[in-house]
Design a protein around this ligand. Structure first.
Ligand code: B16
Ligand code: MG
Length: 211
């Protein structure tokens, strides 16, 4: 089937907001007496806000009561937003604009498929909103990755079948979600952790369309 659309994850594919998420979660984790390591960083990628907090509380052996969850998600998000406020188009991963330009020249439809509820703000800071025909983020999705909803919704908003879309993802949970949705999955980053992806590339800049 001919590929007609690209669905891009945000954090880890378009820009490195992962380090902001990790810094903010690490600050919170320290308050609970635990230090997050590289393995935790990898596991938290692509996981939604509540899922990430539950992971940390579980590691700290703290029971996740509703008011605590709410308070800590708000505190972490405030720290994260302080860092996002400093972002500019210079924070785009190299080659992203060329990728978007080339995609449009090839008549591809483009969607964002991010777990982040702050995705719209980050797109604005990066000044790339106008490139997207559809934006699916944590505000309009009920089931986070690895559930397929994010990518199913993105394909629907692009008026495409999932199998007509390539998903670009940096997180294991995102690759699982893309495959469960019936999309083609291309990994960005570490081949060891992105099993199931059709191919794993170092960045969007290395992508050469073959369709
Ligand atoms: P927020 P993506 C994900 O973005 C991040 O990888 C993950 O670390 C974060 O917890 C999640 O968004 C939710 O973000 O707290 O801003 O709603 O990779 O799906 O673009
Ligand atoms: Mg990601």
């Amino acid at each position: 089937m001919k590929v007609k659309g690209y669905i891009l994850d945000l954090d880890g594919v378009i820009c490195d907001t992962a380090r902001f998420h990790f810094q903010a979660w690490s600050r919170l984790a320290l308050e609970y007496g635990i230090t997050l390591n590289d393995e935790d960083h990898e596991k938290l990628k692509g996981v939604d806000r509540e899922g990430s907090l539950r992971y940390i509380l579980n590691k700290a052996h703290i029971s996740p009561e509703a008011d605590l969850l709410l308070r800590d998600m708000e505190r972490k998000n405030a720290w994260y937003l302080d860092m996002v406020a400093q972002m500019s188009p210079a924070d785009l991963f190299p080659g992203t604009l060329d990728f978007l330009r080339q995609a449009k020249e090839n008549d591809m439809r483009i969607a964002l498929g991010s777990a982040s509820r702050n995705a719209g703000l980050v797109l604005k800071k990066l000044n790339i909103e106008p490139w997207f025909d559809a934006v699916v983020d944590g505000n309009i999705v009920e089931n986070g990755k690895p559930h397929p909803e994010t990518f199913q919704k993105a394909a629907t908003l692009l008026h495409l079948k999932p199998e007509e879309c390539i998903v670009f993802e940096d997180a294991p949970s995102g690759i699982q979600a893309a495959l469960a949705a019936g999309c083609i999955a291309i990994g960005i980053g570490n081949p060891d952790s992105l099993k199931g992806a059709r191919v794993v590339l170092p960045s969007l800049a290395s992508f050469v369309p073959r369709h």
